[in-house]
Design a protein around this ligand. Structure first.
Ligand code: UDP
Length: 328
């Protein structure tokens, strides 16, 4: 049985990846310090013999006993609201955490895939974004803590690959959605759906002309799985190229949920990228991958998931308080 360590296992993407690798017959070792992750996302796995979980912060030394074939490094705050609240933790998990996991990969002779992001392109001047675009990032802006940690992460990963011969993979993840997103993480999809379900107005930031391209989680997981098992060490964009403005997307949510509420406009956060759309030609040719789930279908499933939450869970819309962790 192949063993895989998944960091950020209790998070949105991490928990879906745990499910995928359990389904594919792996022994899965989940790791998370539960700052932004939630054990509820992986509770169903604890009864399984091939699943283990460690509550650990990977920016501190990481050790796992026995053989390890693969590592997926998915631990990190990933929403602008979260990394504004825990900027130092965000920098540490992307830099120190990645260093520790690359060291573990070298020690265990394991292949490691690290979760990078479309944020490495910043507010892009090239559209759609291809992997050979170097990006337009404000290093000292509020998003810099995430963007630069992820850029450093890519650099150190390539250094371990070139200098130590570690087998590395880099996925650049574009906006991804689906069940288990945190309702209060500030991201646009849980924000809009939560607002519709609570009977509140939908908050569009700026004039809503900025664009995003949303990928359903099953497609994202499938792309990551294929990349891990490929022999390709350069970064690969995984996302859905179907682009929409945030204002049009708010209208879609109104139709989907049947809410009688209206759209209200709020200030655009600093350095909010104006447009984002992945060029996925590399994923198509190298991995034979492309997304299969269209937005209508994916959003219906996601909406049904949020509808099934308890009224208490639904009310938990205020952003999480991380103040205790900032002292660490
Ligand atoms: N956004 C919005 N209303 C909200 C939350 C987000 O209009 O209540 C906008 C946000 O300004 C951005 C887009 O939706 O332009 C996507 O935001 P998200 O935080 O989901 O992801 P990211 O900016 O990292 O792509």
């Amino acid at each position: 049985m192949k063993s895989i360590l998944i960091t950020g296992a209790a998070g949105f993407l991490g928990s879906h990846l745990c499910d995928k690798f359990i389904k594919e017959g792996y022994r899965v070792i989940g790791m998370d310090n539960l700052i932004t992750g939630d054990l509820k996302n992986i509770e169903h796995l604890f009864k399984l013999e091939q699943f283990e979980f460690y509550n650990h912060d990977v920016s501190k030394f990481v050790h796992v006993a026995g053989k390890l074939d693969y590592i997926l490094h998915f631990a990190s705050p990933a929403s602008p609201i979260d990394y504004l609240k825990i900027p130092i933790q965000t920098l540490k998990v992307g830099s120190l955490g990645t260093h520790n996991l690359l060291g573990l990969a070298k020690e265990k002779n394991a292949r490691i895939l690290i979760a990078s992001t479309s944020e490495v392109y910043g507010d892009p001047l090239v559209h759609p974004q291809t992997e050979d675009y170097y990006g337009n990032v404000n290093t000292i802006g509020p998003r810099g803590v995430y963007d630069e940690a992820k850029r450093f992460q890519e650099s150190i990963t390539m250094a371990y690959h070139r200098f130590h011969g570690v087998e590395t993979r880099i996925v650049r993840i574009f906006n991804t959605y689906g069940p288990r997103m945190r309702l209060n993480d500030g991201r646009v999809i849980p924000a809009f759906i939560g607002q519709a379900l609570r009977g509140e107005d939908l908050t569009v930031f700026g004039d809503g002309s900025q664009t995003r391209s949303f990928c359903y989680v099953d497609d994202q997981v499938d792309g990551i799985y294929k990349l891990l098992l490929s022999d390709y060490a350069e970064p690969v964009n995984i996302g859905n190229p179907h682009e929409i403005s945030i204002l049009d997307f708010a209208e879609e949510i109104i139709k989907l949920t049947g809410t009688k509420q209206k759209i209200v406009f709020k200030p655009l956060p600093k350095d909010d990228p104006m447009q984002r759309q992945p060029n996925i030609e590399r994923a198509k040719s190298v991995l034979g991958w492309e997304p299969k789930v269209n937005r209508e279908e994916g959003m219906r499933t996601t909406y049904n998931y949020f509808k099934s939450l308890t009224p208490e869970e639904l009310q938990r819309s205020e952003h999480k308080d991380f103040s205790a962790h900032n002292k660490k």
